[in-house]
Design a protein around this ligand. Structure first.
Ligand code: ADP
Ligand code: MG
Length: 249
């Protein structure tokens, strides 16, 4: 009887674990200077979730994103992303791990000498996708982000909103399981900000887990997603259907 229960519990735990795509347990990150950027954070994100991360500048949001990408390693604690223990992952396995994660940043980070099509195709070439697949996936991804007519434009011929759409297409063309966005609308006007966030929502509805760092109070309040609020390296609130918490003391 007892052994049956244990088995059941074990199976239950395995089910929970397989749904959990991002796990942090008591994670701290100290840079060589100053106070720790993250101080004992625990966080659990399930496959298919849409999560906003908000908080004052300097509260540790970008540090968290970099830890999830294994661009940084934690000073203390445990991080698992997509089944990889990031404290133990071998260096040669990091590129394979990162293939499953798309990333966009505030400053777009496009290759300025390549046109729109080539910027997106570049991501497919890195993973050695066959030419036939590239010819199929790139136009389809550009259509998804609303840039079907702009293949030949160079980044500097595009508006900020259009550049961020290219960055998004590039982040998604390899069909990652997770999309991380660090202030993706930080350089955009309200209309383009909404359009990018709606795209992120659509992408999430198609199954991708989406984590978005933002300062956009209006969008956070209206979209009614899970909202994690950080302050000085700790999580001060984590709410479903959450809103933007004012940071004044
Ligand atoms: P946020 O993205 O919320 O603005 P960050 O994660 O960028 O916050 O920064 C958190 C804290 O860590 C800040 O105090 C910042 O100054 C510090 N920090 C960030 N990057 C570095 C670094 N490379 N070296 C030293 N301190 C850093
Ligand atoms: Mg930041």
């Amino acid at each position: 009887m007892a052994s049956k229960d244990t088995k059941k519990q074990r199976r239950k735990k395995a089910e929970i674990d397989s749904n959990e795509i991002i796990t942090l347990e008591n994670v701290s990150k100290a840079y060589s200077t100053g106070a720790p950027a993250l101080n004992g954070i625990s966080l659990h994100i399930k496959r298919g979730e849409f999560v906003f991360i908000v908080g004052d500048s300097g509260s540790g949001k970008s540090t968290l994103i970099k830890l999830l990408l294994r661009e940084l390693t934690a000073t203390d604690g445990f991080i698992r992303v997509l089944g990889y223990d990031l404290g133990r992952i071998k260096h040669r396995k990091i590129p394979r791990f990162r293939r499953n994660i798309g990333v966009v940043f505030q400053d777009f980070r496009l290759l300025k000498d390549l046109n729109v099509y080539e910027n997106v195709a570049f991501a497919q070439r890195i993973v050695e996708a066959p030419a036939k697949e590239i010819r199929r996936n790139v136009p389809s991804m550009l259509a998804t982000v609303g840039l079907a007519g702009k293949y030949k434009a160079k980044p500097k011929q595009l508006s900020g909103g259009e550049q961020q759409r290219v960055a998004l297409a590039r982040a998604l063309v390899n069909q990652p399981e997770i999309l991380l966005a660090d202030e993706p609308t930080g350089n955009l006007d309200p209309k383009n900000s909404w359009e990018i966030m709606k795209l992120l929502e659509e992408i999430n509805e198609c199954g991708t887990t989406v984590v978005v760092v933002t300062h956009n109070r209006e969008i956070v309040n209206e979209m009614k997603k899970r909202v994690i609020t950080m302050r000085k390296g700790v999580i001060i609130s984590d709410e479903e259907n959450g809103g933007y918490i004012d940071e004044e003391d």
